[in-house]
Ligand binder design. Structure first.
Ligand code: IPM
Ligand code: MG
Length: 352
């Protein structure tokens, strides 16, 4: 099969981790007789440097025509002085929005061999961690009315949700729960926010179509606490945009390293966007010490979305074998030390 894959390497460690993932994808194509055509495009700080804007039109056009988009990370101190509307992150928010990617899936699972890297006690981890954060991605406070007034002395952002926006993301969460342990925990702040009351009402309405799925609601502060107290209680965690941003970072630490967690962003465009949940880590960029596993696992999620399921499982198994064999980038603690590039090569060699 031939697939067109746009690669948005981005900034910081982005180019290193995406090239490790491309290495793994090339090996997968070779083993399974596919042709993957890679198309490198600019988004984020690198696009500001080259085009003056974080999201050039030609990048959006290329992504819309692709079968999948693999993204590294964007941002860094170099662009801190850019006006808010021209920051690298605006490129990321812009492409999510331009492609209509409203559903962001962030699985957090623990590899038994890496449980030492988790800050939680073995007694807390022993019941297992297998959480799917379903984050609404193109609404809420990230995209609500905002501005400054009083000559810049006051600034505001607005959390805003419409019924349809909540309904479509809730459906994604319930559909996923049906393929998992049939439990949805919806996160809100309904004791304070009107937008959360609407969120809760619509989630309850959607739940009526899924009688087999158990639904509960948690206020976001309680959810943050419960995640570290007993992560095993969660199956699907359904969150508005900003709460999902925060809780998915927390969930990643429970698994040991933020360098392990992939995410997929899906919606109305054929091409989903697949990226690690971590940032561009400018402090370690160019040193070949970044962990490419999250990006490699994001590539596996992309293969899944292209309905190349056997291939996706092969990549996941190659990652698991690499970890079981003891290969570790510095963020994963003690073990056979490897850099980013070598980790990519070892994973690729483990594709069977
Ligand atoms: C993420 C990131 C982004 C977000 C930033 C870089 C805009 O933190 O993907 O979680 O907040 O969505
Ligand atoms: Mg984040």
């Amino acid at each position: 099969m031939e697939k067109k894959i746009v690669v948005l390497a981005g900034d910081g460690i982005g180019p290193e981790i995406t090239s490790a993932a491309v290495e793994v994808l090339k090996k997968t194509a070779e083993k399974y007789g596919h042709t993957f055509v890679f198309d490198d495009r600019y988004m984020g700080g690198c696009a500001i440097d080259k085009f003056g804007v974080p999201l050039p039109d030609e990048t959006v056009t290329a992504c819309k025509a692709a079968d999948g988009v693999l993204l590294g990370a964007v941002g860094g101190p170099k662009w801190d002085s850019q006006p808010a509307e021209n920051r690298p992150e605006k490129g990321l928010l812009g492409i999510r929005s331009a492609l209509g990617l409203y559903a962001n899936l962030r699985p957090a699972v623990i590899y038994p061999e890496l449980s030492d890297a988790s800050p939680l006690k073995p007694s807390v981890l022993k019941k297992g961690v297998d959480i799917m954060v379903v984050r609404e991605l193109i609404g809420g406070i990230y995209f609500g009315p905002r501005g400054t007034k009083d000559d810049g002395k006051t600034a505001y952002d607005t959390e805003i949700y419409g019924e349809d926006e909540v309904r479509r993301i809730a459906k994604v969460a319930f559909d996923l729960a049906m393929t998992r342990r049939k439990k949805v925990t919806s996160v809100d702040k309904a004791n304070v926010l009107l937008s959360s009351r609407l969120w809760r009402r619509i989630v309850e309405d959607v739940a009526k179509d899924y009688p087999e799925v158990a639904l509960n609601h948690l206020y976001v502060d309680n959810a943050a606490m419960q995640l570290v107290k007993d992560p095993s209680q969660f199956d699907v965690l359904l969150c508005p945009n900003m709460f999902g941003d925060i809780l998915s970072d927390e969930a990643s630490q429970i698994t040991g390293s933020i360098g392990l967690l992939p995410s997929s962003s899906l919606g109305t465009c054929k091409a989903g966007l697949f990226e690690p949940i971590h940032g561009s880590a400018p402090d370690i960029a160019g040193q070949d010490i970044a962990n490419p596993i999250a990006t490699v696992l994001a590539a596996a999620m992309m293969l899944d979305n292209m309905e190349l399921r056997t291939e996706a499982r092969a990549v996941e198994k190659a990652v698991a074998k690499t970890i079981a064999d003891g290969w570790r980038t510095p963020d994963l603690g003690e073990g056979k030390r490897v850099g980013c590039r070598e980790m990519g090569i070892i994973i690729a060699d483990n594709i069977r």
